[in-house]
Design a binder for this molecule. Structure first.
Ligand code: HEM
Length: 463
């Protein structure tokens, strides 16, 4: 009996020793790697377990509990409101930044910080770098068809047509509740493809591409981004390759058309402009690879995040009748002032929608739909007395603050388009429809962004 007790004690001590060692492994490792002085100047926090760090706790808060702030609040409670906490996420030593001022400082400092997204996000390739060309040039290209009143006003009619058709179709499916966010995603996907590719993609190819992008979406921020049999990441890689193939076909077809051109082919979409652009020596300015690199990530960013934001907007406005009423009155007043000959919305009318604009900004503030921006320190950086060591990543969750589109050189080039899409959708929604959630326990998942999922019915209330 005594022998069994002794064996149990020894096993317990050994296990305890391994537990303590494993729990402190990252601390010991980084203290050794960085040197005592720098290690001591790291912000407070927890480097977690070997290899996985705190990724499991992070993932649990975002995916299982459905509230990312439980993860953040644990840090605030345990280590005080210092605004920066050391951690280890997605295989990278990380400093979590919860203070908006520190977030801003990091976003704006390209000298000391550069984007460094986890592998699961790099599947979108552009990764904020537009790898094949300089970021500044790539950014200008991407932003060009989505910014400025003149450019945006040209998209109003097309977006409005799609929104009207979409809402009509969804409301006709009363017997069959729908995943509204998915439908809005499909609609915004058509918008972004139309803006960048023109009418090159038929409905069937569009639907196929959207399905492939959904496969990609499943692995963004996954903590198992491994190309192994049975892993979602492998399926996503296959989807990515198929997307690339489809885009390559579209580009080739268009190039051939321009090569045979007798001057009648109109240069319409961004794709057209990229294809016809020539260097001084007459060679093409942008290779197919460059164009794909520019477009692939943009198509993802251009439909997924705005659809999430729009879905939050529909839910918030439906759950707050007084806000719904104020928004509706504003839209009715705009329509009353419209000449009887005018058919649809104009950009000038959209600019008059002050209440709706404020509502959309508030939705974007409350629902951080793009909660994960990663930057890597290029050198040891001291902020508020704490060191962010060279090579360490900053994960910036930005709880409850208002920088929904980031800041600085990576500021979202699609912010204006996203707000335009949301405004047009809400305009028609408040005037004619209501949403009825079927699934009362809407499944709110937060990775890669906070999403209100669940089946709903869109019901037409006007005649
Ligand atoms: C509500 C909707 C949207 C939100 C909340 C959002 C948010 C963001 C944020 C926070 C960033 C900065 C990432 C960073 O700093 O690393 C970003 C970048 C980007 N967004 Fe958006 N976005 C939205 C809509 C769109 C749309 C409609 C498009 C395009 C059609 C778009 C295209 C991009 C691109 C291409 C980048 C990368 C810019 C770069 O790396 O320089 N986004 N977005």
């Amino acid at each position: 009996m005594e022998l069994i007790m002794n064996v149990c004690v020894i096993i317990g001590v050994v296990l305890g020793f391994f537990y303590v060692f494993a729990r402190r492994f990252n601390e010991i490792w980084y203290s050794f790697k960085l040197g005592r002085k720098i290690y001591k100047s790291l912000p407070p926090g927890d480097l977690g377990w070997p290899f996985v760090g705190s990724t499991l706790a992070f993932n649990k808060a975002f995916r299982v509990v459905g509230d990312p702030y439980t993860f953040i609040h644990t840090h605030l409670l345990r280590y005080g409101r210092v605004g920066m906490y050391k951690s280890h996420l997605f295989g990278m030593p990380t400093v979590i930044v919860t203070n908006p001022e520190i977030c801003r400082r990091i976003y704006l400092d390209d000298e000391c910080f550069e984007p460094n997204y986890p592998k699961s996000v790099k599947i979108l390739e552009t990764n904020g770098n537009f790898l094949k060309i300089e970021h500044k040039i790539g950014y200008k290209i991407i932003a060009s068809p989505m910014n400025g009143s003149e450019v945006l006003s040209k998209h109003v009619e097309f977006i409005e047509q799609l929104v009207e058709m979409g809402l009509e179709e969804w409301s006709s499916m009363r017997r069959e509740p729908i995943e509204v966010m998915d439908k809005i995603g499909g609609l915004f996907f058509k918008v972004v493809l139309h803006i960048f590719l023109g009418n090159e993609i038929d409905d069937q190819a569009m639907a196929e591409l959207h399905t492939l992008y959904k496969e990609l979406g499943l692995v963004i921020m996954s903590f198992l981004p491994y190309d192994l049999p049975g892993f979602t990441y492998r399926r996503a890689l296959k989807a990515r390759n198929k997307i690339e193939k489809i885009l390559r076909c579209v580009i080739e077809k268009k190039r051939k058309r321009f090569e045979k051109d007798d001057g009648t082919t109109e240069v319409y979409s961004l794709l057209d402009k990229l294809i016809v652009a020539k260097n001084e020596n007459g060679s093409k300015s942008y290779s197919d690879d460059t164009i794909i690199d520019l477009l692939l990530g943009t198509f993802f960013a251009g439909h997924n995040t705005p659809a999430t934001a729009a879905m939050w907007a529909l839910l918030h406005i439906s759950q707050n009748p007084h806000i719904f009423q104020m928004a509706k009155e504003e839209q009715e007043s705009i329509i009353r002032q419209r000449p009887s000959t005018q058919k649809g919305l104009t950009f000038q009318e959209i600019k008059q929608m002050k209440f709706l604009t404020k509502f959309i900004n508030e939705v974007l503030r409350r629902n951080t739909v793009a909660p994960t921006n990663f930057r890597k320190a290029k050198t040891n950086v001291n902020i508020n007395g704490y060191t962010i060591p060279k090579g360490w990543t900053n994960y910036t969750p930005k709880p409850g603050e208002f920088i929904p589109f980031g800041l600085g050189s990576k500021f979202c080039p699609g912010s204006e388009l996203a707000k335009l899409e949301m405004t047009i959708l809400l305009h028609h929604f408040v005037l004619n429809y209501k949403v009825e959630p079927v699934d009362q326990n809407c499944n709110d998942t937060r990775l890669p962004s906070a999403k209100p999922m669940g089946l709903c019915r869109i019901v037409r209330v006007s005649q």
